[in-house]
Write a protein that binds this ligand. Structure first.
Ligand code: ARG
Length: 471
């Protein structure tokens, strides 16, 4: 048959026509999966070395193939290869075709005991492993930035909020440490995910395994995999690992978007707690006074995009009969987009938080208003022997009086306090200061500046340990 026109396919024997141009255009994944060229080449070389070691192909043949693949890799990295979507269906067929051009017929031996089904799964797992390592490094660097800011502001008071209403005093350092905890969990999740990613599919071939004495453990070692996939059918049809990567990304985006939303609020004139560096803010084309927190807004917006990628992949895999189905080619666009987007957001929020200017005065002003120490007054009454519920009611009536007069808790005279409750003494005024409120929360995990400093030290030690696990 004539397969000389149109696509250069990896099949032909049973076909009487070559692939139609529009069918190739429809089915090619090359523009998306081309970025897997390195993983594809490295995976092929490991497979090839194993074939020779097991006597399945000759050593000289393997050497020729491996050298050809190395030369192709260099060509690609020197931009000497033109992507031809009118010729190649995917990165695997492109590289095999380039290998044929370079080393001739011996190239045909590379695909012995292998299918694109276990090949693509291997490539994507290698890519995910690298992506997770890179995200993990970014997560460490980001925590470092947050810890540096937290240390500067370990004792900077600000209102903590519930329902976006001023609730109780906290320190800005304590607030930032909440995010450090989130990103530390994201780090742990990315490492747990990596363990499930790092399993070798090669050897599964199309779906049933291969009738050759393959040394799968050897290939796994060569490629840095921790284990070989236990079931050939699962090996070629599993994309759980990619879904898990997007799940890791999605939670990172949940956390980044919450921080972004706070930065957006805090940088408004109404809050005035922070100011973004000019390099990470934008202006308005019409309103000359504007300084907009676009970096944070885009991060918040991109969270939805990453969740969409996760849902796309879940929906893609749901209901697919075993084993490989071409549907699965659609996995890469969502996977790459989700990881790229998360990495970009981590990078920009890193820069935003590193260059953020904090208006300590505005934070302190905000915490002085809004009765943020009302709970402390109730706790004071508890120490004087009142049941908490009764104390709550007493303080509620004091707040009511303050609201009517337009004053704060500290502006009520001792005589008036004693009218409300005769157990109140002159020491009440110490109990309702912001500093007193903060210092009183002197338990592990609490916002007392002393505890915040201890928490920073603990988080730093954990970060060092996490970093050393990456090396
Ligand atoms: N481009 C395909 C993918 O990404 C590679 C595997 C193709 N296998 C096949 N039998 N058509 O899923």
């Amino acid at each position: 048959m004539d397969n000389s026109e149109g696509a250069s396919t990896l099949w032909g024997g049973r076909f009487t026509k070559s692939l139609a141009g529009d069918m190739l255009a429809f089915s090619t994944s090359l523009p998306v999966d081309w970025r897997l060229y390195r993983e594809d080449i490295v995976g092929s070389q490991a497979h090839c070395r194993m074939l020779a070691k097991q006597g399945i192909i000759a050593q000289e043949e393997a050497d020729t193939i491996c050298a050809g693949l190395t030369a192709i890799l260099e060509d690609i990295e020197n931009a000497d290869v033109v992507l031809d979507t009118g010729r190649w269906e995917d990165v695997h067929s492109a590289i095999e075709d380039l290998l044929h051009e370079r080393v001739g017929a011996v190239a045909g031996k590379l695909h012995t005991a292998r299918s694109r089904n276990d090949q693509v799964a291997t490539d994507v797992r290698l890519w995910c492993r690298e992506a997770l390592d890179s995200l993990s490094r970014q997560l460490c660097d980001f925590q470092q930035v947050l810890l540096t800011q937290a240390e500067v502001h370990a004792a900077t008071s600000m209102p903590g909020y519930t329902h976006l209403q001023r609730a109780q005093p906290v320190t800005f350092g304590h607030h930032l440490l909440a995010y450090v905890e989130m990103f530390a969990r994201d780090f742990a999740r990315s490492r747990e995910c990596r363990a499930r990613v790092n399993v070798l599919p090669l050897g599964a071939a199309a779906l049933a395994g291969a009738p050759y004495p393959l040394d799968r453990e050897f290939v796994a070692r060569e490629l840095g995999f921790d284990a070989v996939a236990a079931n050939s059918m699962d090996a070629v049809s599993d994309r759980d690992f990619a879904i898990e990567v997007l799940h890791v990304c999605s939670l990172i985006m949940v956390h980044l978007s919450r921080l972004a939303a706070e930065v957006i609020l805090w940088s408004s004139a109404e809050f005035g707690f922070v100011e973004l560096d000019d390099a990470y803010a934008t202006g308005s084309s019409i309103m000359p006074q504007k300084k907009n927190p676009d970096a944070a807004e885009l991060t918040r917006g991109k969270a939805g995009r990453v969740f969409g990628d996760l849902i796309a992949l879940l929906t893609l895999m749901e209901g697919l009969p075993l084993t490989y189905n071409r549907d699965m080619q659609e996995d890469k666009e969502a996977l790459f987009d989700g990881v790229d987007t998360t990495a970009a957001c981590l990078g920009i929020m890193h820069a935003v938080m590193q260059s953020l200017r904090v208006d300590v005065k505005r934070m302190v002003e905000a915490v002085q208003g809004g009765f943020t120490t009302a709970t402390d007054l109730a706790d004071y009454l508890v120490r004087k022997g009142l049941p908490f519920r009764e104390a709550h009611a007493v303080v509620g009536s004091v707040v009511r009086v303050c609201l009517d007069r337009g004053c704060g808790l500290a502006d009520i005279s001792l005589a008036e306090y004693q009218e409300v409750c005769d157990r109140i003494g002159a020491d009440v005024f110490d109990a309702i200061t912001v500093e007193g409120s903060l210092a009183a929360r002197d338990i592990p995990g609490g916002t007392a500046p002393k505890q915040v400093r201890a928490a920073i030290a603990t988080a730093r030690a954990r970060l060092e340990q996490d970093r050393s696990a990456l090396a």
